[in-house]
Design a protein around this ligand. Structure first.
Ligand code: FAD
Length: 465
């Protein structure tokens, strides 16, 4: 466990008024900046908890859903679905196209006639794979239902479409009992200083290219890969120049789709190819070519995919700069603000942690704020820091660690060798590896082949594949 972060507290801070609230007052007011998954989730859950919520978005509801790419794939890999269910009812539970429960791990191997060593893993959980734009839109719709309409209701909750500037933030934070900044990796995130001790790398470790496409049914069994029948299968493949995930995905328009999510190591031909993506069609072609070149066993399958014509935003290219920020900051005028979602913890998507961490953080924040209200504890910097520290201890540190493991950090060299060295002989190895997407805590202590064997032993009983 790392040393708790110490918030910067300027002399002119004005959060003392936050301790003056009494239970007989009108509902406390909360401002949330940013209507991504974290912002919409917090708005809905806090409004449901009885608070007056002002949700600020730089885009209209329609634009958020239809005029931008998803900020990420946002697969919920198991344990985080419980936190998600604390925020909003599971609206996708009955949709088989939105779930998968097995992955064939593949290790490119030119000496293998198929070009790949393949290891099937049956999960001990069910991953839910739903377009982040649909998830956020459903949260926003439920929030708007509570408010009556965008103009506000009896408690005064409302959705405001405006790009919040730092002076706006100053004013908003001064006018609300609590202000949460959920503007993702950019936006107003600079209101919070970087926690360098917890930030694992100074810059991006991979270039990322992703596209959503149709053409294969969600229960497709890939040729040439070890498969687990009876559940939807995904693929996670490692090759010399990077990694690729291919999995079923419920597109925002209800299409039974697939997402291809690929990472390129710096300085490789794959990275160069990714930089040439200009739209969904070229992204898909680049990723199909990549499979033809380094993962040929599934190249014919991937060639059946085609772009989603109705959604020109179904692709995304770039690189994530990892950053863990101090949980609280102050506006120029000295008002307290707290970081939420990617604004608080941004990680490379290779281990699928970002949206999951956001869900855990929102669920715990709502519980923490209501408990503090009941006990008369002020909503001040100490409380918000304590809540973030608990989130860091329960989920954040592990999410960051498992991301480093999947990025091939030298710290985990023996661990990676142990997983892949034994996965062919014992399916529990691949299952244990995939369990880390859902429950990453073991990544905090896994260092040796012996550690891996210990983790795998706990899965041997559960593996049915
Ligand atoms: C390629 C990729 C794949 C991923 N896959 C997964 C995965 O499988 N599982 C997983 O758990 N996570 C995954 N993630 C991470 C996940 O997508 C993010 O953690 C999550 O979407 C972040 O949500 P957020 O609400 O914190 O931020 P965002 O989604 O970035 O939302 C921020 C919102 O704030 C708005 N905004 C910005 N500035 C302002 C302003 N000044 N005023 C008003 N509004 C503003 C933005 O327009 C945006 O709507 C992936 C990420 C990437 C890049």
């Amino acid at each position: 466990m790392s040393t708790p972060s110490t918030p910067h507290t300027p002399d002119n801070q004005n959060d003392t008024r936050q301790s003056q609230h009494t239970p007989t007052d009108a509902p406390r007011s909360i401002a949330i900046i940013g209507a991504g998954l974290a912002g919409t989730g917090a708005a809905l859950a806090l409004a449901r908890a009885g608070y007056r919520v002002d949700l600020y978005s730089d885009r209209t509801r329609d634009a958020l859903r239809d005029e931008v790419p998803a900020t990420g794939t946002a697969i919920l890999f198991g344990a985080s679905r419980t936190a998600d269910a604390q925020i909003i009812d599971d609206l996708y539970a009955d949709n088989p196209a939105a779930h998968f429960a097995a992955s064939a791990a593949g290790l490119a191997n030119p000496d293998n006639p198929s070009g790949v060593d393949s290891f099937p893993a049956r999960y001990t959980y069910e991953a839910q794979s739903v377009d982040a734009r649909l998830r956020a839109d459903d949260r926003l719709a439920a929030f708007l239902d509570l408010t009556g309409d965008t103009a506000g209701d009896a408690t005064g909750s409302a959705f405001h479409v405006t790009r919040v500037t730092p002076p706006d933030l100053d004013r908003i934070a001064a006018d609300h009992d609590l202000t949460l900044v959920a503007t993702g990796k950019g936006g107003l995130a600079d209101a919070f200083t970087t926690d360098h001790e917890r930030t694992p790398y100074p810059g991006p470790q991979r270039r990322v290219l992703t596209v959503t496409a149709t053409g294969l049914p969600s229960d497709h069994l890939f040729s040439g890969r070890a498969e687990v029948p009876g559940v939807n299968n995904a693929l996670l493949s490692l090759h010399e120049e990077g990694e690729v995930f291919v999995g079923p995905y419920l597109h925002k328009d209800g299409l039974d789709a697939w997402v291809i999510l690929a990472w390129a190591r710096p300085g490789t031909a794959t990275e160069q190819a990714f930089s040439e993506a200009t739209d969904a069609e070229s992204s898909l072609r680049i990723l199909q070519d990549l499979h033809r070149r380094v993962l040929p066993d599934v190249a014919d399958d991937l060639d059946q995919l085609r772009p989603i014509e109705a959604d020109p935003h179904s692709w995304l290219a770039g690189a994530v700069t990892p950053r863990v920020r101090r949980p609280v900051g102050y506006t120029d005028g000295g008002s307290l603000v707290a970081a939420l979602g990617d604004t608080a913890i941004a990680v490379d998507p290779i281990a699928g942690q970002g949206a999951q961490l956001g869900d855990f953080q929102v669920a715990a924040l709502v519980e923490g704020l209501t408990a503090a209200e009941t006990s008369g504890q002020p909503w001040d910097a100490d409380l918000l820091t304590d809540l973030f520290e608990a989130h860091w201890d329960n989920h954040g540190a592990a999410g960051v660690a498992v991301t480093s493991l999947f990025l091939g950090d030298p710290l985990y060299a023996e661990v990676a060798g142990a997983f892949f060295g034994s996965a062919g002989a014992d399916p529990a190895y691949a299952t244990a590896l995939f369990s880390l997407f859902s429950e990453p805590a073991p990544a905090l202590t896994l260092r040796t082949a012996e550690d891996v064997a210990g983790l795998v032993a706990s899965f041997s009983q559960k593996v049915t594949a």
